[in-house]
Design a protein around this ligand. Structure first.
Ligand code: FAD
Ligand code: NAD
Length: 495
């Protein structure tokens, strides 16, 4: 495998592989031959670059195509990493302003250097992206810069060059969805990308969408002192998660000063050079006007396949513009796989990574495994929100006979120690077998704690199994044990 030309002229391809030749096409006895790969990955987000590394580990000669100047996709450049950098910085500022005095720490004359905060975020992004460059080099993965387009089932063009791949993996991700009456202009009507790189702290911001991005970035700005209004169409924030979570988080966000406007239908957004006006109807149909420095549109993302040339291979999209795949992540053309945000399922970096590894291992003849029900979802607000498995609403709709047990952080000594008493943990179990079916948390460090639930549910543990595992004291994780005790039969010890 790897580096073998169609006409068998190994010398030419070894030269190309060692970087001694600059063009991919070579004329050899009048025949144009292309550089060959076992796998060509299109898109270098967490799905694509992780897949490329796994392919290299399995001995596949791999190329990674990326149209952007830097590798890492949405997640590293304008998604997970920069948003978490700003969430951390703003949380430090907010704690210093509102909690330190209670701890006996005097930080009089606390100042916010907003440009420095944004600059640090960019440094974190640059270092993380540079890490991907290093990993590509270390794994001998050829990085091809430019837009990758399918020419046929085994050929990908990148600019003027063509490359042959035994297998092709599409990992082209997603882009922001907008509303017909709220087209981001990059100035006053913005998306998450601009919100991560503002140069001046806004006095006010209207966020359309009370989902993950709206609440994470809304939190960043509210913590720094911006007046934030979140307008949500549904009757709950985080409407796709277990409804307990949105209710519980809503209380904390209100304390932070975020104004939540549920069941509001936005009907117009107009930006001037200096401000923006958003008009929405509330649940009673009464018109409300919001004026702010910025309007952040955060109403979801959609699969991206522009310029990919899917029509050349006969792959058609589903009703939501996603690439249909089978259980092994193969498209209707078996040697072309697709993963991550461009296919159905949660739009999460770790979901894309798992699928990338799965697809490549399947190509290599292995029998990989992935359980989409056990992909955790996390919202990095404070308190954090994390969940895995079925929601209570799903269990009701499926007619499952379940039991719920929960434990509030206000009853946790560890939470009191750090003034993190907001939130709770709820565990849903099968009423007959006690098997854990869903775990839902709002609380400090929920993003890290959720993995105890993932492990337990992967091994199909019962709530009693988890309740009998010793949990160190004092920890936030003790709340999992207590919620498990509550779920397994009203046996929580500290409530
Ligand atoms: P992407 O990361 O979108 O990467 C696709 C890549 O393909 C891009 O680099 C694109 O330029 C490239 N590409 C597209 N077409 C072509 C082509 N024809 N040729 C060459 N290259 C092409 N998820 C989490 O799990 N945790 C988080 O904390 C989190 N935070 C987020 C915060 C924000 C603000 C946003 C916007 C998203 C966040 N996400 C988070 C979602 C996460 O970023 C995505 O789920 C993830 O990046 C999807 O990975 P992917 O590999 O499928 O695609
Ligand atoms: P989302 O789907 O999480 O939330 C969009 C929200 O907008 C929903 O609550 C929806 O009801 C609301 N909405 C839709 N149309 C509306 C309208 N006309 N008026 C008012 N509200 C409206 O989408 P997002 O927050 O844009 O995030 C996009 C994707 O990025 C998500 O799939 C998410 O998984 C991913 N992401 C993940 C993380 C994380 O894992 N922490 C962080 C950010 C983004």
């Amino acid at each position: 495998m790897g580096g073998v030309a169609r006409n068998g002229d190994l010398k030419i391809f070894r030269a190309i592989g060692k970087g001694k030749a600059s063009r991919a096409d070579y004329l050899c006895g009048g025949i144009t031959i292309m550089k060959n790969y076992d796998l060509i990955v299109i898109g270098s987000g967490p799905g694509g670059y992780v897949a490329a590394i796994r392919a290299a580990q399995l001995g596949l000669k791999t190329a990674l195509v990326e149209k952007n100047a830097s590798l890492g996709g949405t997640c590293l450049n304008v998604g997970c990493i920069p948003s978490k950098a700003l969430l951390d910085s703003s949380e430090n500022f907010h704690k210093a302003q509102h909690q330190f005095a209670e701890h006996g720490i005097d930080v009089a004359n606390l100042q916010l250097d907003f440009p420095r905060m944004i600059a640090r975020k960019q440094e974190v992004v640059d270092q993380t992206v540079a890490g991907i460059d290093y990993l590509m080099g270390k794994n001998n993965i050829d990085v091809l810069k430019g837009t990758g387009a399918l020419v046929d089932a085994n050929t990908v063009s990148v600019g003027d060059e063509k490359y042959r791949g035994d297998k092709i993996l599409i990992a082209t991700g997603s882009v922001v969805s907008d509303l017909p009456f709220a087209k981001p202009d990059g100035k006053r009507i913005i998306t998450s990308t601009e919100a991560l790189s503002l140069t001046k702290l806004p006095k006010s911001m209207v966020v359309i969408g009370g989902g993950v991005i709206g609440l994470e970035l809304g939190s960043v700005y509210a913590r720094l002192g911006t007046e934030v209004h979140v307008i949500e169409y549904q009757d709950s924030i985080l409407p796709t998660m277990d409804r307990t979570l949105g209710k519980e988080l809503g209380r904390s966000l209100k304390k932070l000063g975020i104004k939540l406007h549920l069941r509001h239908a936005v009907k117009s957004v107009a930006g001037t050079g200096r401000s923006v006006t958003v008009i929405a109807d509330d649940k009673k149909g009464v018109e409300k006007t919001f004026k702010a420095d910025y309007c952040l549109v955060a109403v979801g993302r959609k699969a991206f396949t522009g310029g990919l040339g899917l029509e050349s291979v006969g792959v058609t999209l589903d009703e939501r513009g996603r690439i249909p795949v089978n259980a092994d992540l193969q498209t209707s053309v078996p040697n072309i796989y697709a993963i991550g945000d461009v296919v159905a399922g949660a739009m999460l970096a770790h979901k894309a990574e798992e699928e990338g590894v799965y697809a490549v291992e399947h190509m290599a003849g292995q029998k990989p495994h992935i359980d989409h029900n056990l992909i955790p979802g996390v919202v990095y607000t404070w308190p954090e929100v994390a969940a895995v498995g079925k929601t209570e609403e799903e269990l009701k709709a499926e007619g499952v006979n379940y039991r719920a047990g929960s434990f509030p952080f206000k009853a946790s000594g560890r939470a009191r120690v750090s003034m993190d008493t907001d939130g709770l943990i709820k565990i849903l179990v099968d009423a007959e077998t006690d098997e854990m079916l869903g775990v839902h948390m709002v609380g400090a460090r929920a993003a890290d704690m959720i993995h105890e639930a993932v492990v337990a549910m992967t091994y199909r543990a019962t709530a009693e199994d988890v309740s009998r595992m010793c949990h160190a004291h004092p920890t936030f994780s003790e709340a999992i044990k207590e919620a498990a005790l509550a779920a397994t039969g009203d046996r929580a010890l500290h409530i």
